[in-house]
Design a protein around this ligand. Structure first.
Ligand code: ZN
Length: 207
């Protein structure tokens, strides 16, 4: 075999291997993560978030608490707070939400909030005028070290993910997040899920 044939064969083999391990997809509705200071401003001094449901990623949970988020054009009620408490407050909305709110939120990897959009957060005990921290989260796949090894990916790469259903879609520019304590999972927002006809728990194929 010449070099090119060899490389092509490798690629086909890898694609076949990846197809043997469908990945669970979960849809992130608009939500926010809070730092301790903002959480206390919104809910009161010494307040503790009340867990209602564990999420797939270890340690992450949906809390009972919701807030109102507000921009120049409008507001959205009952936006869920996710725990645990983080170093910085981050509000994740869809592109559709950004039009409702009148917020020019940039597309970012979660955690990368520098220079992102301002947003007002209203809780039962007070209001936070967040200077930056409102983003549209980039679609991504979480991998443990072992999963990353299986799929032959590194942290911060871009992948393609195929959806095999009635609508059918291939997502490009899906970024990889590899951490020892992560669980294999594809995360998209509600706009992306609706475009692809995906609901929570559906399976997708990494190409
Ligand atoms: Zn995620």
């Amino acid at each position: 075999m010449d070099k090119l044939t060899e490389q092509t064969a490798e690629k086909i083999k890898l694609r076949e291997k990846r197809a043997q391990k469908p990945v669970i997809a979960n849809v992130s509705n608009r939500h926010l993560h809070l730092c301790q200071e903002d959480m206390e401003k919104l809910f009161g001094k010494g307040y503790k978030l009340k867990k209602i449901k564990d999420l797939i990623q270890p340690g992450e949970f949906a809390s009972k608490e919701t807030v109102v988020i507000k921009g120049n054009k409008g507001e959205i009620k009952k936006v869920r707070v996710l725990g645990p408490i983080r170093k910085a407050t981050q509000v994740e909305i869809s592109r559709t939400d950004s039009f409702i709110l009148g917020i020019n939120a940039p597309l970012r990897i979660s955690g990368d909030t520098k220079g992102s959009a301002p947003v007002t957060i209203i809780g039962p005990n007070g209001t936070v005028e967040l200077k930056e921290g409102c983003i549209v989260a980039r679609r991504h796949v979480h991998f443990s070290i072992q999963d990353a090894d299986f799929f032959k990916v590194k942290d911060g790469e871009n992948l393609m993910v195929r959806v095999d259903n009635e609508r059918g879609l291939i997502f490009n520019n899906v970024c990889t997040r590899v951490r020892a304590n992560m669980t294999l999972e594809f995360h998209i927002d509600t706009d992306e899920a609706n475009a692809a006809g995906i609901k929570n728990g559906d399976k997708v194929i990494i190409l």
